[in-house]
Write a protein that binds this ligand. Structure first.
Ligand code: OGA
Ligand code: NI
Length: 360
């Protein structure tokens, strides 16, 4: 997962935001302050009609036709939904949240035993920083490759908290099952055979990223996580139980907050499914904002095809009305492209876009 950069990358000084929070400087350091246009507007009072769709997996598993249609609309119009009755034991969900929180609460020296080297995406630190003047996110990340075993970097799997590794293994197994199930119904909702993605993906790549957003004295000036789309096929995001609202998705011109629902997981379509469906299902841009008094934790799993596979829009989704919008490429190359560029909205998909007068 983490490519070794060919040249040393100079990222400058990166403040650890939890330490900054403890030190309580009078002002937010310059590197975190966004340009005017990128600053979040702190007006969370959007109408509830703008809430993202909720899908009941237990209904999907009975192949309830209405729920399959509901899933189809969610993927076409939102690229995001929350899934209820996802089948993952509540203890498993709670355990991962606890070990993630315990990890972030360790002293900095302990966390720094697992550093994310500049230009790579595994370990503790800030990913996607490639220059000394790049703006920073108000977030601490801890990311690990999980499956297949060859993408693991065992040196980065922490020994504290002691139950971290085992908990992550159990959680990842459950989330993997969920991804396979969701992909099956996503295929059905497209009118395709349920196993098309499973057959196509080979041994799927799975990585986890835990994001911790401490409170920020000026949430109006900073971003928790820069706008981006995910490079995955599917992403599963778990929001910490007592977390503030922080995830926002771009719907048209509006940033819509995702209201946490107890026991639900947030699912989103990544770039890979957008390409495979020839743009029918959207990989939607999203970001995270911070809160003045409350912290926030998210545990995010990225599920993607094996690096060896070649992919492009599926023939069933290309016709005269829907001309092919993306070229074929090797998924490993796309992943490399993704992790070696800063997060910048949907820019990363330009890699695959066929530029024509009619495409946008
Ligand atoms: C991500 C992501 C949002 C969040 O990690 O890719 O979009 O709410 N996270 O933490
Ligand atoms: Ni994301």
């Amino acid at each position: 997962m983490a490519p070794v950069p060919s040249l040393p990358i100079k990222v400058g000084h990166i403040d650890d935001v939890q330490e900054l929070r403890k030190a309580k400087p009078a002002t937010v350091p310059e590197r975190f302050i966004r340009d005017m246009a990128d600053r979040p507007k702190v007006v969370p009072n959007l109408s509830s009609s703008l809430d993202i769709p909720i899908i009941d997996l237990s209904k999907l598993m009975k192949t309830d036709k209405d729920e399959v249609m509901h899933l189809k609309t969610a993927c076409e119009e939102w690229g995001f939904f929350q899934v209820l009755n996802h089948g993952i034991d509540l203890n498993v969900v709670e355990d991962i949240e606890n070990v993630a929180k315990d990890f972030f609460m360790l002293p900095l020296q302990e966390k720094q035993k697992y550093p994310m080297a500049p230009g790579t995406v595994q370990g503790y630190g800030q990913a996607f920083v490639f220059s000394e003047n790049q703006k920073l996110d108000w977030c601490n990340m801890f990311a690990l490759g999980v499956e297949p075993p060859c993408i693991r970097n065992p040196k980065l799997w922490p020994s504290k908290p002691i139950n971290f590794r085992e908990t992550l293994e159990i959680y990842s197994r459950e989330v993997r099952k969920l991804c396979k199930t969701l992909l099956k119904y996503i295929a059905v909702s497209l009118g395709l055979k349920g196993d098309v993605f499973e057959e196509m993906f080979g041994v799927a790549v799975q990585a986890v990223r835990m994001n911790y957003y401490p409170p920020c004295s000026r949430p109006d000036l900073v971003l928790g996580l820069s706008p981006h789309s995910d490079g995955s096929a599917l992403t599963v995001l778990q929001q910490g139980k007592d977390s503030s609202v922080g995830l926002q998705i771009l719907k048209g011109q509006t940033w819509v907050p995702v209201q946490p629902i107890p026991n639900a997981l947030v699912i989103n379509i990544g770039d890979t499914l957008e390409v495979l469906t020839n743009g029918k299902y959207k990989s939607v841009e999203h970001r995270a904002v911070t809160h003045k008094e409350r912290d926030r934790l998210s545990i995010v799993t990225f599920y993607a095809p094996s690096y060896d596979i070649e992919l492009g829009p599926m023939a069933e989704l290309v016709d005269e009305k829907n001309p092919c919008r993306y070229r074929r490429y090797n998924h490993g190359e796309y992943s490399k492209h993704y992790v070696t560029n800063k997060l910048q909205g949907k820019r990363t998909l330009d890699f695959a876009k066929i530029q024509s007068k009619t495409s946008n």
